[in-house]
Design a protein around this ligand. Sequence first.
Ligand code: TGC
Ligand code: FAD
Length: 394
Amino acid sequence: MFRGVDFYNVDELLSDEDRLVRQSVREFLEKEVVPLVADAWHEEKPLNFHELGKKFGELGMLGTFLPEEYGCPGMTYTTFGVVCQEVERVDSALRSFVAVTSGLVMYPIWRYGSEEQKGEYLPKLARGEIIGAFGLTEPNHGSDPGSMEATARRDGDEWVLNGTKTWISEADVADIAVVWARDVEDGKIKGFIVERGTKGFQQTAITKKASMRAGSVGELGLVNCRVPEENRLPEARGLGAPLSCLNQARFGISWGAIGAAMDCYETALNYTKERKQFGAPLASYQLVQEKLVNMLIEITKGQLLAWRLAKLMDEGKATTEQISMAKKNNVRVARYCARTARELLGANGISLDYSPIRHMANIESVYTYEGTDDIHTLILGRAITGYQAFRREL
Ligand code: TGC
Ligand code: FAD
């Protein structure tokens, strides 16, 4: 079993609960999920999150950081980070499912929902009984969700929703979706819970992906889709509401990406110790050692950044920009490690019998979603210079 990459004794910074949860998650994943992942990815047959989700729920992996109410686990952001690291070590699609459920579906309901909405949906989501999706991105508005075209029109006790959300994780299999649309009356962005089967609500899968093939992504169509006023998130007012949810999921990515990087590093280390060329193990050559050492250094820096961010999150002190830095840096680390590990495995590196090429393809999604690498650069650039460089007048 994987023993972890821990050159700087980061484990000592974790609590007993963090380590206990990690051990249970690791044992479950190694036994039940690892054997399925490469085939699921190869065949683009997404893992069954309706089945896996229930076990994830039992292990406290869904909404980990939410307080112990409405059936939520009541642990810390640090424990959530540890969970994300474990699942993404196996496959990024697993972390996507955990981060979307926790940060993009449970969090908005907990933070912006009514008592009835919390009582209705949070226990089921925490137990993995239902699956959720988060619809923000549109065909014409990805990095700039503030320009979204989806509309919400009040009609008596109902809202009529129109628009298209695309590239939505678990869109096709979700039982509920938290969907964002602009109120045609006051121009403000509002959040709605739309249930599967609602008239005018279409859920379709996107296929032929060359990344995240063990998970599902799709489109949500809203065609005169009517939802009752009770399904509007009453406390969500404006773009800040969906963006605050992104903070939670971006935090999960900052830990998760290091999990993928660790798996790549460990695979490359084991392989180069075994594989001989020119009569000696690859690991005995200086050029190979340099690559392994650089991976380990980047992983260790990323681990420390993620750990510190978790502590700031637990204290309620993390800023959006600190989250951006950790997301940006740690996804870059994963991208670098996946590519380097792939290289160190030679021709075997392009086979799905080894994990690096799968991580490498998955990480391209992670580099793009939850704010592209460029968008996080601009968020940080705005913070340190005071100039926003997202928009320009033409
Ligand atoms: P801007 O004027 O900066 O902000 C509008 C209002 O929102 C507030 N705000 C935030 N609040 C909480 N958390 C954040 N991260 C926030 N960022 C901004 C801000 O204070 C303001 O509030 P107020 O009260 O002053 O109105 O908005 P902008 O339109 O200029 O956009 C800024 C920008 C570009 C940074 C933002 O649009 C952005 O982050 N774009 C990236 C879009 C993105 O990340 N999409 C992700 C979709 S979900 C997804 O990818 C899931 S992947 C699946 C998985 O996670 O596994
Ligand atoms: P664009 O915004 O069109 O960007 C294209 C390129 O232009 C990028 O390189 C970008 O960095 C660059 N760019 C954009 N603006 C600027 C600028 N101002 N200055 C410089 N460069 C710029 N969305 C959801 O709402 N929910 C989900 O669950 C979800 N899941 C996803 C799952 C997967 C697997 C993927 C791949 C995407 C998912 N997304 C989801 C969508 C994701 O959030 C968007 O893809 C992302 O925000 C980028 O938007 P875009 O693809 O439209 O790219």
